[in-house]
Design a protein around this ligand. Structure first.
Ligand SMILES: Nc1ncnc2c1ncn2[C@@H]1O[C@H](COP(=O)(O)OP(=O)(O)OP(=O)(O)O)[C@@H](O)[C@H]1O
Ligand SMILES: [Mg+2]
Length: 218
């Protein structure tokens, strides 16, 4: 999926968070978003998903203005951990079933196995560790077979083996032509597959650069 952002500006009442941001991605390109806490990474993701209405500017997905998109069925989204209400009474099986309405097939089983979800399949999410829950959300996003996958700090609280699995999965998805937007403070996690960096700074300022152009700090 192609992504185009033109002059995007967003403010929470009086507080300007994103100012005049522009960039574009082709299908299969990988963008890593960096920036200190509070610089607007999650806010930008929320603008993409129409959870927030931008003050100015446009977002296009495959040349379609997002304001004209009714469902985001081909977008996979892994929210930042702090964005989720953990008290909600639902099992892993139920969360995954909502994302996969058709009959379970080899693809479904592969995702369950890849993310080691068999042992916790019938657990209530309240009983999961932070890392286990994160794996459930990553699996859920992938079940959609998304054309655009957005992950907001997906490695926080996840152990080394599962971070490795996620890295391999993202590498494979990129090869399949899926566009990926990753928010991460972990500079090493995807440096070998990142095509572009978007670095958000305070007061809405930003840099968009091709991987390898310069050193990036976060
Ligand atoms: N609902 C809200 N109302 C008002 N201000 C908000 C709201 N949500 C976030 N903010 C503010 O907007 C700024 C950007 O927040 P955001 O959550 O996008 O940052 P972030 O880059 O994702 O940070 P982190 O690295 O901590 O996840 C912060 O200053 C935050 O306090
Ligand atoms: Mg955030």
């Amino acid at each position: 999926m192609r992504v185009t952002v033109n002059n995007l500006t967003f403010a929470y009442t009086q507080k300007l968070v994103l100012s005049n941001i522009s960039f574009s991605l082709k299908s299969g390109e990988f963008l890593t978003i960096h920036g200190k806490n509070g610089t607007g990474k999650t806010t930008l993701i929320r603008c993409f998903l129409k959870m927030l209405k931008v003050n100015d500017g446009m977002i296009y997905l495959d040349d379609m203005d997002i304001n004209h998109i009714k469902t985001f069925s081909n977008i996979g989204y892994v929210p930042q951990k702090t964005d989720f209400n953990y008290e909600f009474p639902i099992t892993v099986f139920e969360i995954l079933s909502c994302a996969y309405l058709k009959k379970r097939d080899a693809y479904y089983t592969k995702i369950i196995n890849d993310f080691d979800l068999n042992k916790i399949y019938h657990e209530n999410i309240n009983n999961l560790s932070g890392g286990q829950l994160q794996r459930v959300f990553i699996a859920r996003a992938l079940l959609n077979r998304p054309k655009l996958l957005i992950l907001d700090e997906p490695t926080v609280g996840v152990d080394v083996d599962n971070i490795k699995t996620l890295h391999e999965t993202l590498q494979n998805l990129k090869q399949e032509g899926i566009t990926i937007i990753l928010v991460s403070h972990d500079m090493e996690f995807c440096q070998d597959i990142t095509d572009y960096y978007l670095i958000l700074n305070e007061l809405g300022d930003y840099e968009f650069k091709k991987a390898g152009d310069n050193n990036v700090s976060s």
